[in-house]
Design a protein around this ligand. Structure first.
Ligand code: ADP
Ligand code: ZN
Length: 226
C-alpha cells in the first residue's frame, strides 16, 4: 500500500479504488454503499454517459449509438471524461471507479493519471448475472437501482428516493445484454490479469442474494482495510 491509512476507525485516509466485474454483478449497488461508508465519490462512467444522453450533449449523442447496441464507447471519449472528472476536488481523498477501466488501453491511460491502490473484482455465476440484468430497473433522475423481484419501489414505476421515473435501460433488453456479456469477456476480463500482475486485485464473491448484500460489503471492507 503506497498511501497512509487508518484502519482502526475504519477510515481510509486515501484510497483510489477500481471496481471490476461483469455487467449485472451488482457493482453499482455495492459502489453506492462503499462510497457512503468511506465518503469517497462513486464515479460511474455508465451514469455519466446516461446523464449526458439525457441532457443531449455532444458526448451523449455520440455515446448513445454505442450504448444502445451494448458496445463500448470509444476509448478516447471515455478516457477524456474520466480524466476531467478525476480533476475535481472531491477526488482528492480518494474515489471509486465503477465501470472504468473496461479495456487495457483505458487501464494504461488511467495509470498515467493516478495511482490505483486496490481493485475489487466482483464475481457471480452466469445465471445470477442474467437474472440481475434482465430484472434490473433504474431511476431516470437519480440512477437508483431496482429489480422487478427483489428491490421493488413502493409505488410501481416511481423512485422511492426522488420520485423519478423507474424504467428499463435499452441495453438491459435481451439482445443488448448478450452483446454486453460478450464484450465483457473479450475486452474487459483481460484486466483481471493486468491488475493481478500488479498485485492490486481482491476477489469478492457476489453470488449471495440481495438480502445478504451486507455480507458482501463486509468482505469489501476486509479487503480494503487489511
Ligand atoms: P453495466 O455495468 O451494467 O454494463 P454501465 O452503466 O457501467 O453498465 O455501462 C453501460 C454502458 O455504457 C456500457 O455498456 C458501455 O456502452 C458504456 N460504458 C460505460 N463505461 C464504459 C467504459 N469504461 N468504456 C466504454 N464504454 C463504457
Ligand atoms: Zn430517483
Amino acid at each position: 500500500m503506497n498511501q497512509q491509512k487508518n484502519t482502526k476507525q475504519g477510515i481510509l485516509v486515501k484510497m483510489n479504488i477500481v471496481l471490476l466485474g461483469s455487467p449485472g454483478v451488482g457493482k453499482g449497488t455495492y459502489a453506492k454503499r462503499i462510497s457512503g461508508i468511506y465518503g469517497i465519490p462513486q464515479i460511474s462512467t455508465g451514469d455519466m454517459f446516461r446523464e449526458a444522453i439525457k441532457n443531449k450533449t455532444e458526448i451523449g449523442l455520440k455515446a448513445k449509438e454505442y450504448i444502445d447496441k451494448g458496445e463500448l464507447v470509444p476509448d478516447d471519449v471515455t478516457i477524456g471524461i474520466v480524466e476531467e472528472r478525476l480533476k475535481k476536488d472531491d477526488c482528492k481523498n480518494g474515489f471509486m471507479l465503477d465501470g472504468f477501466p473496461r479495456t487495457i488501453a483505458q487501464a494504461e491511460a488511467l495509470d498515467k493519471i493516478v495511482v490505483i491502490d486496490k481493485v475489487l473484482d466482483f464475481t457471480a455465476s452466469e445465471k445470477i448475472i442474467i437474472d440481475r440484468l434482465s430484472g434490473r430497473r433504474i431511476c431516470k433522475s437519480c440512477g437508483a437501482i431496482y429489480h422487478i423481484r427483489n428491490i421493488i419501489p413502493k409505488v410501481k414505476g416511481v423512485c422511492d428516493k426522488c420520485g423519478g421515473e423507474v424504467y428499463q435501460r435499452n441495453d438491459d433488453k435481451p439482445e443488448a445484454v448478450k452483446k454486453r456479456l460478450d464484450v465483457y469477456t473479450k475486452q474487459t476480463a483481460p484486466l483481471i490479469g493486468y491488475y493481478k500482475e500488479k498485485k492490486l486485485l481482491a476477489d469478492i464473491g457476489a453470488d449471495k442474494p440481495i438480502e445478504q448484500v451486507d455480507e458482501i460489503i463486509a468482505d469489501v471492507r476486509k479487503a480494503l482495510e487489511e
